[in-house]
Design a protein around this ligand. Structure first.
Ligand code: GAP
Length: 681
């Protein structure tokens, strides 16, 4: 019963996703890349409305994260960088998914994402390949083939079933040599069989209602792909399996063992395709920020704490791109690396480190699990000099949720997933995933990680260039500390550095020496900054905004009859078109002239869509589907003056129609622009 309910719920969600995907195509938000050639899996193009929506989102992020702050600057780096960056970051070695492959179609699936299946599995132990010279052996074996399951069984079969006369017939000269040596003759019989036998097991889950013959056909296809042209299947047997995750969801073929598969797209720089020229399309924008840290620090004259932001393309050869644009192979990220002082430095300067709880007033409700529904309304008390990593981390989680609220994603649609200690990367102190409740489940929109000094330390070690900073405040404060405090802080810093260096495989004595020097640097005002990283995906956010905006409701048509309508209730800040401007009738030059004047008045400030085609109700519906929050209609009262109401007798008024509830207000043209600007900024 429970299963039926779940399936029904899933299908309702699938139907919703299908409607969203179809609206995206119909209205020009998102198209499949290369559609005219059948598409390319994991790649998506944004159409006219999608491109506007995306631009708005990226601009809002950029303005919020950089221009409206004193402590963040932006960069724009290249997509292809030195491959040594990816060695230092660990991507070359460890940026991989465990995958399993269908040996027939070579289609891969992520090892942790195989759907359980039950049924009858048909297994084969291999094939016997017929050759012309062995024709009579193969006829012999044919009868028994499907019962010969092991190499030993085959060998015994040949030894016992091939007569001496058959050997003589196949190779008379050899037979003469062997006929008086029974052991040698038996070995020869085994040998001739093993030449023709390919032991390569193959299993396939029989699809419900399909005959055994279909499994034989699939197995034969597999052995043909392996280069066998004339063969007999060996060792057929049937097993029952329950909820097995070992079979490909589409082909039913048993999957290979899980193997790591690096997700970076490889290319070559220059004309020679050699290992020396390998480069990668960046799988994240973050590493360029670390690599340029020193240049930005010096040229922007910032001091820690400060951040560097970047928006740009990233590429991952995802094994199973899915859920529309949610997991794509080419996507955009909006990442901030916010550099902070290590806690030891904060303590040396301020005498203490603020506890995370001290930075905000929040609900007293205790989270019951590591999922927190973001219903707490946290009020920041503002960044302060005594904030350590915990306070900064919590601050950025809250800042990011407020950003989402500000563009129309309510807290009730978001969840915070606090990763458990065993889920954290070895260098991470904490990581929170902000999840959005998509129709296909609550899924990650953004990750906010406290990454310690791992990234800068790695680039320092691998490039040989210092990534440390000099902090006069620290140097001055340190000289005033008593010996016990100096000792305690140095010891903690030393321990952290030693832990990092040994984890990265630095030999014990060298690690000890380096950690000692690093700790000694505190007295000189030197340290490697730690980092908090809020990392968001543009495309996932676009999908979340579209899913959140999608509504179906009833609205009266021209004749007042209720009609089903599809409407995208975007926040005016992100809406691709802010206002639709329409003359009531397109064949009345005075109405058209006025409407064009209004369009030109608004256009320098926002994206305006001028529409004079079709009945006015139809035009409103088109804008509803595009998510346009306002429509302005120029009618005869605009020209002749209002006949009644508070604006009676006044000319130059228009109808302002509101998308969400269809409400229509009468507004003076002179008041339109300030009114709109207030709503879209
Ligand atoms: N620098 C950290 C980093 O890249 P991540 O969790 O791998 O962390 C950050 O990626 C964000 O990038 C994710 O929260 C998601 O929004 C987006 N993202 C990652 N892989 C994606 C994919 N294949 N398709 C679309 N967006 C993706």
């Amino acid at each position: 019963m429970a299963k039926t309910v779940r399936l029904m719920a899933e299908s309702k969600e699938n139907v919703l996703m299908e409607k969203i995907v179809s609206l995206c195509k119909r209205r020009g938000f998102i198209f499949q890349s290369s559609e005219i050639y059948g598409g390319i899996n994991g790649f998506w193009d944004y159409g006219p409305l999608g491109a506007e929506l995306k631009r708005n989102v990226k601009d809002l992020w950029w303005n919020t994260m950089t221009r409206r702050r004193d402590d963040v600057v932006g960069i724009e780096a290249t997509i292809i960088m030195s491959p040594r960056i990816w060695e230092a970051s660990g991507h070359v070695e460890t940026f991989a998914d465990l995958m399993r492959e269908c040996p027939l179609t070579k289609k891969r699936v992520r090892a942790d994402q195989v759907e359980p299946q039950s049924g009858n599995v048909i297994r084969y132990s291999g094939v016997y390949r017929r050759t012309q010279g062995e024709k009579h052996f193969s006829q012999l074996i044919e009868e028994f083939a499907l019962s010969l399951t092991t190499q030993k069984a085959i060998e015994q079969f040949f030894e016992n079933n091939i007569t001496d006369a058959e050997v003589r017939e196949s190779d008379p000269q050899l037979y003469d040599q062997l006929k008086d040596a029974p052991n040698k003759l038996a070995a020869y019989k085994k040998a001739i069989c093993s030449q023709g036998v390919l032991f390569n097991g193959f299993s396939v889950l029989l699809q419900p209602g399909k005959p055994l013959e279909s499994a034989r056909k699939t197995a034969s296809q597999y052995y043909t792909e392996k280069g066998c042209s004339d063969f007999i299947l060996l060792g057929e047997r049937i097993d029952k399996v329950e909820n097995s995750v070992d079979f490909h969801p589409e082909t039913g073929v048993e999957l290979t063992e899980a193997r790591p598969f690096n997700l970076m797209f490889k290319t070559y720089v220059g004309p020679v395709e050699s290992e020396d020229n390998v480069a990668y399309l960046r799988p994240e924008t973050a590493q360029a920020i670390f690599a340029q840290f020193k240049n930005v620090l010096e040229t922007s004259r910032r001091k820690v704490p400060f951040g560097i932001a970047q928006v740009g393309k990233a590429f991952r050869n995802e094994v199973t791109p899915r859920n529309f644009t949610f997991r794509s192979r080419e996507f955009e990220q909006m990442e901030l690396e916010f550099f902070i002082k290590p806690d030891e430095v904060v303590e040396a300067i301020c005498g203490h480190v603020a506890k995370a709880a001290e930075i905000s007033k929040e609900s007293t409700e205790e989270p019951t699990s590591n999922i927190q529904h973001s219903t707490f309304n946290i009020q920041h008390l503002g960044p302060a000099a005594d904030w350590g990593w915990e306070a900064w981390h919590k601050y950025w989680v809250e800042e990011r949720i407020r950003f989402y609220e500000g563009i129309g994603l309510p807290r009730t649609m978001l969840e915070e997933y606090w990763q458990k200690p065993e889920e954290l990367a070895h260098y991470a102190r904490a990581c929170v995933d902000i999840l959005f409740k998509f129709p296909f489940g609550a899924q990650e929109l953004e990750g906010i990680a406290a990454r310690s000094d791992f990234d800068l330390s790695q680039h320092e070690r691998c490039s040989g260039k210092s990534m440390g900073v000099f902090d006069e405040e620290l140097r001055a404060a340190w000289s005033k500390l008593d010996d016990a405090k100096k000792e305690a802080l140095s010891r903690r810093y030393h321990e952290a550095r030693l832990k990092y260096l040994t984890k990265m495989g630095v030999e014990q004595a060298a690690a000890e020496q380096e950690a000692k020097e690093d700790a000694a640097g505190l007295a000189k005002g030197q340290y490697i900054p730690h980092v908090i990283e809020p990392s968001a995906g543009v495309d996932r956010l676009i999908l979340a905004l579209i899913c959140n905006a999608y509504h179906e409701d009833q609205m009266p048509d021209e004749k007042g009859k209720p009609e089903m309508r599809v409407v995208l209730k975007f926040h005016p800040r992100v809406a691709p078109i802010k206002v639709g401007v329409m003359p009531l009738l397109k064949n009345k030059p005075d109405l058209v002239k006025k409407a064009l004047e209004i369009r030109d008045l608004m256009r320098p400030h926002m994206n305006v869509f001028y529409d004079d085609a079709g009945a006015i109700g139809r035009r409103y519906r088109r804008q509803d589907e595009a998510g346009t929050p306002f429509c302005v209609t120029v009618d005869f009262e605009t020209l002749e003056g209002m006949k009644e109401g508070p604006l009676a007798g006044q000319k130059d008024t228009v109808t302002l129609r509101h998308r969400d509830d269809g409400r229509q207000d009468r507004v003076k043209i002179s008041e339109l622009l300030p009114l709109m600007l207030e709503r879209i900024h």
